[in-house]
Write a protein that binds this ligand. Structure first.
Ligand code: NAD
Length: 382
């Protein structure tokens, strides 16, 4: 009898990371397909999946990193591995998770030199067959939800309309800039809390989705739908028109959630400091693009800035604030991805010929397979 394929799940050590790459329900599935699953002691503590639940699902709980990784063929992670993490892996180990390649060139180079195989979930193509593996979408959904909760918590007003003996309260206005995955979840959440919701996106196709959630779509004479359903960067003239329109909408909002992003580029600035000065006192901006430069000129990643009575929050890693469900969704994305890598007999497939595997393969057998990352490596001194 051949020994089972070993899948290891380390505890995430990045500051503030509460998620875990697998959950007990997924462990059960992997074991059913013939794998051995090892989970590092307390890996699920931050997301409320205690060791006892993993053990009941059939996982082996391992206290030492070395014991966890010894003989492991596949390592499942949430955050990219650090150089120290990589140095603990045996040659040929497959690591699957977010890789944030552009900002982790040193780790990419180390994986290349140590002949590690890395699949980057950011590179999973957005085709219908890959929807169940789309961790960018599942985590953006979690982030969009948390952004609204954070906004509501910091807003000095009620969100819903209230008719009480102490008078009638007008509903608050929530403005969502960027109606992609995170933005649509933010719109739905703000609607459920009873706010008046307005939204804007440079892709005109987003209008129908916004309206179907019961929110008002702000129209502008621009349609910047680019490649693969993503937005393209606006021209200088378009940017001026956009800022004028956005500025008026921002000035009437109580909470602004910004999510605008262009793949591979710095986030577009939609809210200037002059626009912030026109906002109502007590208004709150949750800038979900904080980590890629911010949609508001005043945003500082990981900080809360107060200007003109407006609170500008630049949160980092919002999905980690709903770690239970964010981990559950992420773990299911990974399970679906693994179905391409593991055959019916519980063995690793030979060759990564499936289109989804080919597209998401970042490093393999001593070479970087993703051209934009290769270009960055060549241009850097790493
Ligand atoms: N499997 C699939 O088919 C699949 C899966 C996920 C997403 N998608 C599509 O991908 C697209 C975007 O997804 P995302 O949420 O990951 O995008 P994203 O995170 O790259 O960007 C967020 C939003 O910001 C918008 N934006 C960019 N520049 C802007 C600007 N200057 N002003 C206002 N808004 C701006 C984008 O249009 C996008 O809607 C959508 O069309 C979505 O339906 C498809």
């Amino acid at each position: 009898m051949t020994s089972p394929l070993v899948i290891a799940v380390p505890k995430e050590l990045a500051p503030g990371e509460q998620r875990v790459a697998t959950v007990p329900e997924v462990v059960r599935n992997l074991i059913k397909s013939g794998c051995e699953v090892r989970v590092e002691h307390d890996a699920g503590a931050g997301s409320y999946y205690p060791d006892t639940m993993f053990a009941a699902a059939g996982a082996k709980i391992v206290s030492e990193r070395a014991g966890l990784l010894d003989g492991a063929r596949i390592v499942l992670r949430v955050q990219p591995p650090t150089v120290t993490d990589i140095d603990q892996l045996a040659e040929g180990t497959i690591v699957i998770g977010f890789m944030n390649a552009a900002n982790n060139l040193e780790a990419i180079k180390r994986m290349r030199d140590r002949k590690i195989t890395a699949f980057s979930l950011e590179l999973v193509p957005r085709i219908s067959r890959a929807q169940s593996m789309d961790a960018l979408s599942s985590q953006a959904t979690a982030g969009g939800y948390v952004a609204v909760i954070l906004g509501a918590q910091n807003c000095p007003k009620f969100l819903p309309m209230l008719t009480t003996a102490a008078g009638t309260i007008r509903p608050s206005t929530v403005l969502v800039l960027g109606a992609g995955i995170a933005g649509l979840m933010a719109i739905a959440t703000a609607k459920r809390l009873g706010a008046l919701v307005e939204a804007y996106d440079v892709r005109r196709a987003a209008g129908e989705q916004v309206r179907s959630l019961g929110a008002k779509f702000l129209e502008l004479e621009i349609n910047a739908e680019g490649q693969g359903g993503y937005a393209r960067e606006l021209t200088a003239e378009e940017k001026v028109k956009e800022q004028e329109m956005v500025s008026a909408a921002v000035a009437r909002a109580d909470i602004v959630i910004t999510t605008a992003a262009i793949p591979g580029r710095k986030a577009p600035v939609l809210i200037t400091k002059e626009t912030v000065a026109k906002m109502q006192p007590g208004a709150v901006i949750i800038d979900m693009a904080a980590e890629t430069g911010g949609n508001c000129e005043l945003t500082q990643a990981g900080k809360t800035v107060r200007e003109h009575g407006v609170m500008i929050i630049g949160p980092q890693n919002l999905p980690a604030r709903v770690p239970f469900h964010a981990s559950q969704m992420y773990a299911k994305n990974l399970l679906s991805f693994l179905s391409l890598l593991i055959d019916k007999n519980g063995a690793l497939v030979t060759g990564f010929t499936d289109e989804i595997l080919t597209a998401s393969l970042l490093v393999h057998a001593g070479t970087v397979r993703h051209q934009p990352t290769l270009d960055l490596l060549e241009g850097s001194k790493v």
